[in-house]
Design a protein. Structure first.
Ligand SMILES: C[S@@+](CC[C@H](N)C(=O)[O-])C[C@H]1O[C@@H](n2cnc3c(N)ncnc32)[C@H](O)[C@@H]1O
Length: 234
């Protein structure tokens, strides 16, 4: 009885110490982005080390190549845009009609707005500070994209997201749930950083989130995995 009680108390105590997803990303995004995209500026040692194991710049470039040529005059929604490296790259290089970005972190969205202003592309973008999991409808769009985003959604949130997207085209980067050295390191990193929620899904689990009858493709490029429902993106 005493053991159960002490375990319950420990869980409550740990939950109290756990930041919310917004608090976590408001604190983390600058450091994460500077280290991951090798920008000039101060970064923490943990992010410097973690960035050795990530291929964030490659992921951005691969995604730009995958969807950029199809984005001309189209409206693209990016979920979990971070500091906007992908979204601004898309506007600058591929001339979409508009890129609408969402992020839970106010710090991230403020930074994207500031940089977009400097690049004189404000009129080509729309910005929302929002927890995407609480949204029931997106503005009109032609394609929705998310890089390093779906791994922060729990199963219920994944199901809701794909129900909202419906049969509109999507492309998300994807880390498969499997035994690997990278996944083990990532688990250690996530718990050290006290990330409030990070999830990995098997292909079967991902498939189950997609509304029935819709196609789902697993795309591999430069050693990175993506999921899409659009045969044109492959
Ligand atoms: C790993 S970062 C990736 C940033 C960017 N996509 C990139 O690749 O450079 C994950 C981003 O997702 C955002 N995010 C996490 N959960 C979110 C949610 N529920 N709603 C909106 N944004 C979220 C975080 O704030 C963060 O900016």
């Amino acid at each position: 009885m005493a053991i159960i009680l002490s375990q319950q108390l420990k869980i409550c105590y740990d939950e109290r110490l756990m930041p919310t997803q917004k608090e976590y990303w408001d604190k983390k995004i600058r450091d994460w982005s500077y280290a991951s995209y090798k920008k000039i500026g101060q970064t923490s040692l943990i992010e410097k080390i973690a960035s050795f194991f990530r291929a964030v710049e490659t992921r951005k470039e691969v995604t730009l190549k995958l969807i950029g040529p199809k984005a001309k005059n189209k409206t693209i929604v990016e979920l979990g845009c971070g500091m906007g490296e992908f979204a601004m790259g898309l506007v600058m290089r591929y001339k979409p009609k508009k890129v609408i970005v969402y992020d839970i972190s106010e710090i991230a969205i403020k930074s994207v707005k500031k940089d977009a202003k400097k690049l004189e592309i404000l009129s080509k973008m729309e910005f929302y500070t929002a927890d995407v999991t609480t949204i029931d409808k997106f503005p009109q769009f032609d394609l929705v994209v998310g890089l390093g985003f779906i791994e922060y959604l729990n199963p219920q949130q994944m199901e809701k997201l794909f129900a909202i997207i419906g049969d509109k085209p999507f492309l998300f980067s994807y880390f498969e749930k499997k035994l690997s050295f990278y996944n083990l390191l990532h688990k250690i990193y996530i718990s050290m950083q006290k990330c409030p929620g990070a999830y990995k899904y098997s292909k079967k689990e991902i498939r189950a989130f997609i509304p029935q009858k819709l196609k789902l493709y697993f795309v591999k490029k430069n050693g990175l995995q993506f999921i899409t429902n659009s045969i044109k993106i492959r």
